[in-house]
Design a binder for this molecule. Structure first.
Ligand code: SF4
Length: 426
């Protein structure tokens, strides 16, 4: 084993049936979540136990998009490990010790499983136990980012799932709001200020910037999901007695307002006070969106399944910018967590869950949408066929939550359409 360091750098309200597809899929694996998780949890290190392919994926995903001190690396499983000629556990212990000696600032070490570590049945839970005994000042946890078990954003879900058992127990009478899902720091700060003005709190964020800052959870905890892909984490929090506040996701002016309102209502904030607190940021969001309506109204949009953000994003495009939705695909539809989103989609939109990429490409080609939101692997061929595309990964790597980011979110969809118009004119 050798180490490769990364370079610095419900039932829906709409009345259509859900098309369930189980075929070849074109989605990143859950390792990709490390790109935003290592930025968010600033004293954590992510050690992928994988192959050179895994290392290359991370290096290209993070190298292109992220400029940060590397706090992830790949412990590369070599042929000797695969052939059983080397003791992979010994090798892993050696690489982990090397990382921790180099980085004394690390407080949590995540061992991240991959397809190769699963194939050779490397028991990372036992490895984490062993390493916890060897390294007293570091918490070692494990989760899977393998493409066999996870798609793209599910890596965050499995990471947070590994952290939930570490959360301390809150006293039964302690009432607090927990925001669940990694948010860009700038967005987190904006929400902190709004919750303070509303009088909702105490508010804690999970994950927090500091991995030792673990929010307590108990029956008095009410949680709001900031991301729609946290099914396992939500189930574990439910198991700890926390109660989810049902809300749409905070994307766009409408989504953000409804998300904040759900928390405000749970805290008994008066409607007048709520309206006065959100008036100014809501007005800024609306103003920012105005200039994109002309570009996006009436545009026919097709979503391939990728990040599980597709339903809230489609709702935003339709509700706030007047786009027409042709098909909205998602790797999974968590009906309970989407209970406030699905009824807001228009009647007649085709929803699909899972993927059969060839069939979906056929439907997309036949529909000839104005804008196709898809993964990197599909974007270039579709562009070559004359379709305007948006890389789904950008919607995950860019801060898009909250009032102040509503315009940036619209811009992400408008840019490929403008580029297409320019290319047509030239
Ligand atoms: S975990 Fe699997 S799918 Fe992901 S990069 Fe490694 S080999 Fe590929």
């Amino acid at each position: 084993m050798s180490m490769a360091l990364a370079p610095a750098p419900a039932e829906q309200g709409c009345d259509t049936e859900v098309l369930r597809e189980r075929g070849q899929r074109e989605v990143f694996c859950g390792l990709t979540g490390i790109v935003w998780l290592h930025r968010k949890i600033q004293d954590a290190f992510f050690l992928i136990v994988g192959s050179r392919t895994c290392a290359h994926l991370m290096q290209s995903a993070a190298g292109v998009m992220i400029f940060a001190e590397p706090r992830f690396a790949t412990a590369v499983i070599e042929e000797r490990d695969l052939a059983g000629m080397a003791d992979a556990n010994e090798e892993l212990d050696r690489v982990a010790a090397q990382v921790l000696a180099r980085r004394p600032d690390i407080k949590t070490l995540f061992l991240v499983g991959s397809c190769p570590s699963e194939v050779i049945k490397l028991d990372l839970a036992r490895a984490a136990e062993r390493l916890n005994a060897q390294h007293a000042n570091v918490r070692v946890l494990n989760y899977s980012g393998s493409g066999i078990e996870t798609t793209f954003t599910e890596g965050e879900d499995t990471c947070l799932e590994a952290l939930v058992p570490e959360l301390p127990e809150a006293p039964a009478d302690e009432r607090a709001l927990l925001i669940v899902g990694a948010l860009a720091d700038v967005v987190e700060d904006q929400f902190v200020r709004l919750f303070e003005k509303l009088g909702v709190g105490p508010v804690r964020f999970f994950p927090a910037r500091n991995s030792e800052d673990l929010p307590a959870v108990g029956p008095g905890t009410r949680y709001l999901l900031a991301q729609p892909f946290l099914g396992r984490t939500g189930a574990l929090l439910d198991g700890r007695g926390a109660q989810r506040i049902a809300a749409p996701f905070p994307m766009g002016a409408e989504g953000t307002q409804a998300w904040l309102r759900a928390a405000a209502e749970a805290w008994g904030v008066s409607a007048d006070h709520f309206d006065s607190v959100i008036a100014a940021p809501r007005a800024r969001a609306e103003k920012a969106l105005e200039r994109y309506r002309e570009t996006l109204a009436g545009k026919r949009v097709f979503f391939f399944p990728d990040s599980q953000l597709e339903i809230p994003l489609a709702r935003f495009l339709h509700e706030e910018l007047g786009a027409e939705l042709i098909e909205v695909g998602s790797p999974y539809l968590h009906r309970q967590h989407l209970d406030c989103e699905l009824p807001r989609l228009p009647s007649g939109v085709q929803l699909s869950e899972g993927q059969h990429v060839d069939s979906q490409l056929d439907r997309c080609r036949q529909a000839r949408p104005d804008l196709t939101v898809c993964g990197l692997g599909l974007a270039n061929p579709l562009e070559a066929e004359g379709l305007a595309t948006k890389w789904a990964i950008e919607l995950v790597f860019t801060p898009i939550h909250g009032f102040e980011q509503a315009g940036d979110l619209a811009e992400l969809f408008a840019r490929p359409l403008r580029r297409r118009d320019v290319l047509r004119l030239s």
